[in-house]
Design a protein around this ligand. Structure first.
Ligand code: HEC
Length: 478
């Protein structure tokens, strides 16, 4: 039978209300202990109030908790423990309150002992209820997840797994489910689909659990990713109620989705190795990232994904004071982008910028009075990936320094005096991918020659000219 919405509605208040009895009952216990000291005797009457409020709020919390449990999705075993410890807390709190009242009327050492024992047991039971409640919502390893290894040993827990993604050393021999699929599911799905927390009556922590399916039956159809419920849900828009993992939780990456799809498409085997099933070209690219996370990244992407020591703060602010825009490339990274305003004297700025040469990766000197002289300093900007020199006084002579930049990917020379001869110096730059030569002395022939020397380069000569270069270049037509 469906649980009425109103029951589930009130049930959701359980996680909020439960803090009240914890606070009141622990307070009652502490006040009781304190009031036994002469100095704190005045607290004695307050114990009764704290106990009363604690018992009453615990009763409300239990009722709401029972309503919440009606919604299902929790592991039986943990839920039962939590439920009965919660109920025991209420009973013990009520008994403690009655004993407190009785003791107020008659001083009797035996009665006092019974009362204090009840109170102590109640606090222990309360802690237990709280602990298992926490495990229900956060998973049973919530408390111990970050426990240091020596402590884990004492507690009899297995050593922590390293946080880094487990890389595969031999792809061909890797077992597809065990080495590739399980780690994905484990990191993105198992937190809600395990024996303690069976959302949708579905567990995903083992092969058997996956095969058992959820409340609506099978979650995958071997060989048919399109009708496999687990993938259907992954592909729903994120705001859809049925989208997995639910909105706001860590989502699967495109690569992870591709791997899950590939596994199901190839029959969802639990024991075959990569060598035993078909791997198409796209899947191979994704699989390569399991051997080396940087497999599909360009050198420039790898560079910018790496850590760099931050530039000196004082230096950055003194550069800023000269009207230069200098700021991080993105939030929480130390790579810098610099934009020199038209009015600034780029030549005199270069020596100061040079002190942050390691961190500066985008430099915009476009439309300034930059000369070849200033460009001599550019060769020390080893990590430069983008350089704007459009409409500057740069000539062929300046390009020699630029040719030494190992990571330069983008170079804009639009509207400068560079010529065919000068740009040939750029032919061997390993990472250069985009070059703007519109309105320079470079001719169609010059650009074609450069294109043939570096087939990965995209040369922009202005729309019409570029088409001509493409047409003339045998390489570009390949
Ligand atoms: C934050 C918790 C959470 C995470 C993480 C999560 N799920 Fe779920 N999942 C739920 C809830 C809640 C339901 C039940 C509600 C429903 O049916 O929409 C559910 C239901 C499902 C169902 C339907 C089961 C059935 O038979 O009705 C599938 C399939 C599913 N999840 C797959 C996944 C996959 C695959 C992942 C990981 C990529 C995942 N879930 C991660 C909470 C989660």
């Amino acid at each position: 039978m469906e649980t009425p919405d109103i029951v589930l509605f009130f049930g959701r208040f359980h996680p909020i209300i439960l803090h009240l009895p914890i606070g009141f009952l622990v307070l009652a216990f502490l006040l009781e202990l304190l009031s036994r000291m002469e100095r704190f005797r005045v607290y004695r009457p307050a114990v009764g109030l704290a106990l009363f409020l604690g018992a009453a709020s615990a009763l409300v919390a239990v009722i709401l908790g029972l309503m919440l449990a009606e919604g299902g999705g929790y592991g039986e075993e943990l839920l039962n423990l939590h439920k009965w410890l919660g109920i025991a807390t209420v009973v013990l709190a009520i008994v403690a309150f009655l004993l407190y009242r009785k003791r107020s009327k008659q001083e009797n050492p035996t009665l006092d002992k019974v009362y204090v024992s009840t109170l102590s047991v109640m606090v222990l039971v309360l802690m237990g209820a709280g602990h298992f409640g926490g495990s229900l919502t956060h998973g049973s390893d919530y408390l111990t997840q970050y426990m240091p290894n020596p402590l884990r040993k004492v507690a009899g827990l297995p050593a922590k797994e390293s946080k880094e993604v487990k890389l595969i050393t031999n792809l061909e021999e890797a077992v597809v489910y065990e080495d590739i699929i399980h780690p994905i599911i484990d990191s993105r799905c198992v937190s809600c689909h395990n024996p303690d927390k069976k959302k949708g009556e579905l567990m995903m922590h083992t092969a058997e659990a996956l095969l058992a399916g959820g409340e609506n039956g099978d979650i995958f159809v071997p060989g048919d990713p399109a009708t496999s419920e687990m993938l259907v849900r992954v592909h729903l828009p994120e705001e859809d109620e049925d989208h997995m993992p639910p909105d706001g939780k860590s989502q699967l990456t495109d690569d992870q989705i591709a791997l899950l799809t590939w596994w199901i498409d190839q029959g969802a085997s639990f024991d075959k190795t990569v060598a035993q099933i078909e791997v198409n070209e796209e899947t191979q690219l994704v699989l390569n990232t399991l051997l080396d996370p940087n497999a599909n990244k360009s050198e420039v992407e790898v560079l910018l994904a790496s850590e760099i020591t931050p530039a000196d703060k004082q230096l950055v602010s003194s550069i800023q004071q000269r009207g230069v825009m200098i700021m991080p490339l993105a939030e929480e990274v130390h790579w810098l982008q610099v934009n020199v305003p038209r009015s600034a004297s780029a030549d005199s700025l270069m020596s100061e910028l040079g002190k942050a040469a390691e961190q500066i990766t985008w430099l915009d000197l476009g439309n300034t009075a930059t000369t070849d002289e200033a460009l001599k300093a550019i060769s020390s900007f080893k990590n430069l990936t983008r350089l704007h020199l459009e409409n500057t006084q740069v000539t062929d002579a300046g390009l020699a320094s630029i040719a030494e930049l190992p990571y330069l990917e983008y170079l804009n020379l639009y509207g400068t005096q560079v010529s065919n001869e000068g740009v040939q110096q750029l032919a061997q730059m390993p990472n250069l991918r985009k070059l703007y030569l519109w309105q320079t002395q470079v001719t169609k022939e010059g650009a074609t020659q450069l294109q043939e020397a570096n087939p990965d380069l995209e040369i922009n000569m202005g729309v019409e000219e570029w088409k001509a270069v493409k047409a003339d270049s045998a390489v570009a037509l390949r």
